[in-house]
Design a protein around this ligand. Structure first.
Ligand code: DX5
Ligand code: ZN
Length: 214
């Protein structure tokens, strides 16, 4: 077994039964649980916030991978830390000139920090932060909704990040990931995969997670 981190997105889960959804993911081999936080401003959709992270935390024995698709993420870091996030990922497009400060703030709470880029953002824009973060998230769809198709050109950013990164940087992709697109991303240097629809639409979740890892 290789060391691919599979982080199923609970955006595709049954929100009325999140406790069992988290337990089922864990039982079926998920490494992390990906939580998509959307504010209706940074992205057009509105989903869940820190109270939901707090509610699922006691039921999760695996790390909560919290993807903040929100404006002014600096105002919410403490809430998400207190709620039990293990990895907090912010978008470069939302942090701009304050990126370094926000990364330091997240790190000061002893959680892992990720920096995400949307499809139109160039990887060169974030190379100077690679030594400061634990993870880079390359979005392979426009953030906002599950169930979209993988944008192939986004995958070209992966080697650029990988070539400029320290060896232990986690490179994650999110959006339109299935067995085929996962293969492309892994061959280019990704070691963490977020997947929503592919996992939840599969007839056998355990096999789907295993297929992403192999
Ligand atoms: C999109 C979210 C994703 C989404 C992935 O903005 O960040 O995590 O849930 O869903 P799929 O795997 O269906 O593309
Ligand atoms: Zn996500």
């Amino acid at each position: 077994m290789n060391n691919i981190i599979v982080s199923p997105s609970i955006l595709s889960a049954d929100f009325a039964n999140l406790q069992s959804e988290v337990e089922i993911l864990e039982k079926n081999g998920a490494d992390w649980i990906h939580v998509d936080v959307m504010d209706g401003h940074f992205v057009p959709n509105l989903t869940i916030g820190a109270p939901v992270v707090k509610a699922i935390k006691p039921h999760a024995n695996i790390p909560l991978d919290v993807h903040l698709m929100i404006e002014n993420p600096q105002n919410y870091i403490e809430d998400f830390v207190k709620a039990g996030s293990d990895i907090i990922t912010v978008h470069y497009e939302a942090t701009g000139e304050f990126t370094e400060d926000i990364i330091s703030n997240i790190k000061s709470h002893n959680v892992l920090v990720g920096l995400a880029i949307k499809p139109k953002t160039m990887p060169q824009d974030i190379l100077k932060y690679l030594l400061m973060v634990d993870m880079v998230l390359v979005m392979t769809v426009e953030p906002g909704f599950g169930g979209q198709s993988f944008i192939e050109e986004c995958a070209e950013k992966i080697p650029v990040i990988r070539q400029n990164a320290p060896e232990n940087l986690i490179v994650q992709v999110d959006g339109g990931i299935n067995e085929q697109t996962a293969k492309i991303c892994k061959s280019l240097g990704v070691n963490s995969l977020v997947a929503g629809s592919y996992i939840y639409n599969s007839t056998d979740m355990k096999e789907a997670i295993k297929a992403l890892k192999s």
